[in-house]
Design a protein around this ligand. Sequence first.
Ligand SMILES: [Zn+2]
Length: 290
Amino acid sequence: MASLLNVDLWTGLVAEDRRQSGARLCAFTGEDEAALLDTAGRCLPAEQVTWLLARLLDSIGGIRPVGVEHVRMLTVGDRDRLLFALCSATFSPEMDLVARCPFEECGELTELTVSLETLTGHVPATPPADSFEKQIELEEGPFTLRFRLPTGQDQEKACRHLAAQDAARVEAELVRECVLELRDAKGRPVDCAARRLAQIRPHLEAAWSELDPSADCFSQVECPACGRAYSAVLDALSLFMAGLENRGDIFHQVDRLARAYHWSERELLALSFQRRQRYLELVDSQARPS
Ligand SMILES: [Zn+2]
């Protein structure tokens, strides 16, 4: 059996009255890659993340097997943490990316190197919990906000609304779902009317990115053309898909290895991504005139 990759989740899942946070991922094989490419056309990005992680997760603490329902309950930050760790193990701990300057009259492309270990290694100082409280100031005065972190399920729902081109609803619904309670200065629960929700949103988003930094990764870039600074958002799934695309088409790779080694398709697809690349390098070096 291929070696498993250990990833420490920050929030994890609660099972048997304990927080389960030690996740183990299986190595990404050719079989997984072929199936992933197959889902790309049928699934929205958040659904694709759920599908991929449910396929590769061997266990989360004492939870085994891990199903789609478990992956949907993970926070967005933990899902990203798993994907960044997978990128690091499959491709390299450092990935080269290209960012485009967002200022319209510029648009200059900049190459940057992102260290995935700093993204997965960071553990927030606040202990994980199912809900958090924060004092906030709205137009009407001070309030206490009790909220939770967004999960894979929220992310999938948001993706479906986005696909239906209903961006305003995405934000409003996500905020409404994640606000558990709002209390006024005297501690009385008050309802979250639409007007209050709009004011709560920036407070909630700031709290989310502070509590769950893996869900909100970006890299600061200074544009070499116009000299202005901007934040390039690091989307974990896009990063993983770009890593696969950079190495070329899997079916061409299998074809080349089958011609060289005469192994069956099943045997070739069972190889981990890294092992397959090593054999391809060997085939390439032998084909080169010395
Ligand atoms: Zn620029």
